[in-house]
Unconditional design. Structure first.
Length: 233
């Protein structure tokens, strides 16, 4: 087994809570001393987060439990196969390398961008601070690159859909004002998330001029393939 597959397997085991307390401590110590392992950890965590939001609310299929007597090496091979499958989803189209966290400020992340600034901000949380951070980041990009024909899309799925729901969004007035002020700004709601709410008996009314996409994750992946910069809030 290559070091890369081994690292990916252990990272997934860590993220899925499959490691013992001693194994977790050892992994954390190793990651502190290995910047490359830390970078791989952050990348795989973002992949898992994005995939999780894609299937949020979908009942998971039953899976065979791993025998506790299975040797660590065999367990590691199993995790490696799962990791390889998940990573193949992420690397398809080269979108992983374009993902950006919000840490450090949006302007810093986009500094030096020579091409047409095209940014997609993804929110999947109903947390008010996350909603405000999303809108602040959008305005920061729009103002900074106004003279360069900037395009910004705010994509909401899962609980983040509340940002764009009429009668629910605590920032409804600000969202509508921003759409009127910035020509290059669009807000996009996930139809999968909308359908899930409707199946549960919740009536969903979106703010005026809000666009929809069949799947937020598919829309994000397509945008990144087109060269957009992805920022998960």
């Amino acid at each position: 087994m290559s070091d890369k597959v081994r690292d990916e397997a252990v990272i997934h085991a860590f993220l899925d809570g499959q490691l013992s307390h001693r194994e977790r401590e050892a992994f954390l110590r190793e990651m502190e001393q290995d910047p490359q392992l830390q970078a791989e950890f952050n990348e795989l965590r973002r992949i898992k987060d994005l995939v999780r939001h894609a299937y949020d609310g979908v009942e998971a299929p039953k899976r065979e439990m791993i025998d506790a007597s299975t040797t660590p090496r065999r367990r590691l091979v199993a995790f490696g196969l799962a990791a390889t499958l998940l990573v193949s989803l992420g690397f398809a189209g080269g979108w992983l390398s374009n993902q950006q966290p919000t840490t450090g400020g949006t302007e810093m992340q986009l500094a030096g961008m020579e091409q047409l600034p095209r940014v997609i901000l993804h929110i999947a949380s109903a947390d008010l601070s996350k909603m405000e951070e999303t809108l602040n980041s959008a305005e920061e990009v729009l103002k900074t690159y106004r003279d360069r024909g900037v395009q910004v899309e705010v994509v909401a799925n899962s609980e983040g859909l509340n940002l764009l729901r009429a009668g629910v969004s605590p920032y409804a007035e600000r969202v509508v004002t921003m759409m009127a002020e910035y020509e290059g700004l669009q807000f996009v709601a996930c139809n999968t998330a909308i359908a899930r709410l409707q199946r549960n008996g919740t009536r969903v009314v979106l703010l005026p001029q809000t666009h929809t996409a069949p799947s937020a994750v598919e829309h994000i992946v397509q945008r990144i393939r087109e060269g957009w910069t992805y920022i998960k809030v």
